[in-house]
Design a protein around this ligand. Structure first.
Ligand SMILES: Nc1ncnc2c1ncn2[C@@H]1O[C@H](COP(=O)(O)OP(=O)(O)OP(=O)(O)O)[C@@H](O)[C@H]1O
Ligand SMILES: [Mg+2]
Length: 323
């Protein structure tokens, strides 16, 4: 009975991180991370440099051991049964070095043999994964002709070869030019749409917004926010509005605005333009607009600066940096 419950939880949540922590000497890179990823979702594991993203991913893929807690994939604890756990995942940690004189097909055949796949299976899967990463036309070209973005897509193809149920990507677009980034993102977006389970780290909020269903925000080894990109984009309570007036507001006007309920910050940016940080969602924004009009201020434009998720991101990172 117990076993079947564990199995069904495992099936619904391919990734289960429980109280995961890591010290490098005296330095705590990861405090105590609890995170579960439901099947069929793509999670953007977001955080600035040094947040602990790669540390987490290296623990999940058994490259390093945790100081405490456990990483459980498909109900299998990675430390205890690494081979069985890793057989079900595909990972791209850093862009692997490829042999330049080999073609993608030859590379995949080599990888498939290392993984013990039968040759008919290797053929079938190679064709499928090259199609998924849009390298079909390059299947027989030498990799030395490839751009970085193409190599990264080949790395994803390699990770997908054995039909893993979970794909783990550590900063898949880092080091790529804008075109390479867009190509790799498109591939990941397609995989997301196919309903694959993806765990992908990034330090770019825009990328996570574009590619992922869910976002988990990490800073200084601590989880700050976890939720769906859509809910968090809508739900963030405080946003900054760039407001332009017909005539420059006086210092008294600015003082009066700062006192309107819901106004968290007033920043004169010159040129009759003021940045207002407003809490209380749409109600709050309406109240502030009303107050400006009733003071006789003539508003020409009132537009949000960045998405509310961006604001939430900046706020939470700033708060956790202060602690
Ligand atoms: N082998 C190591 N020895 C000592 N400190 C380490 C080691 N690896 C990572 N760190 C430190 O742990 C912290 C977290 O590193 P990690 O690589 O997990 O961050 P990250 O979120 O992947 O950052 P980035 O965006 O730069 O890749 C950093 O401060 C880093 O300097
Ligand atoms: Mg990293």
């Amino acid at each position: 009975m117990q076993a079947s419950r564990t199995e069904s939880v495992a099936r619904e949540f391919p990734v289960h991180l429980e109280g995961l922590g890591k010290e490098y000497g005296h330095f705590t890179a990861l405090k105590s991370l609890d995170l579960a990823v439901p099947e069929g979702t793509s999670l953007g594991f977001l955080g600035p440099n040094g947040a602990g993203k790669s540390t987490t991913i290296k623990i999940m893929t058994n490259l390093i051991r945790p100081s405490r807690g456990r990483a459980v994939l498909f109900g299998i604890e990675v430390r205890q049964e690494p081979t069985r756990a890793l057989a079900r995942i595909g990972a791209v940690i850093e862009t692997p070095e490829f042999y330049g004189y080999l073609s993608p097909l030859e590379t995949l055949a080599y990888v498939g043999r290392l993984r013990g796949m039968p040759s008919s299976e290797i053929e079938r899967r190679s064709e499928a994964v090259l199609k998924e990463v849009k390298l079909t036309e390059w299947a027989d070209h030498r990799i030395q002709e490839f751009s970085k973005g193409m190599k990264q897509r080949l790395a994803i193809a390699q990770a997908l070869l054995h039909e893993p149920e979970l794909l783990i990507l550590d900063e898949p677009t880092s080091g790529l030019d804008p075109r390479g980034m867009a190509e790799v993102r498109n591939v990941i977006k397609l995989l997301t749409r196919e309903g694959r389970t993806i765990f992908m780290s990034s330090h770019l909020l825009g990328e996570v917004q574009e590619v992922c269903d869910d976002v988990a925000l990490l800073n200084h080894g601590e989880l700050l926010v976890h939720g769906s990109v859509r809910d968090l984009s809508r739900g963030a309570d405080t946003s900054t509005f760039q407001t332009t007036f017909l005539r420059p507001p006086t210092p008294q006007d600015l003082e009066a605005l700062a006192l309107v309920p819901g106004v968290a910050e007033v920043k004169d940016s010159g040129d009759s333009s003021v940045d207002l940080r407003i809490s209380g969602g749409e109600e709050g924004q309406a109240r502030v607009l009303e107050a400006m009009v009733s003071r006789g201020l003539k508003v020409i434009t009132f537009r949000p600066l960045g998405s509310s998720l961006e604001q939430l991101y900046l706020d939470r990172i700033q708060e956790s940096d202060r602690l």
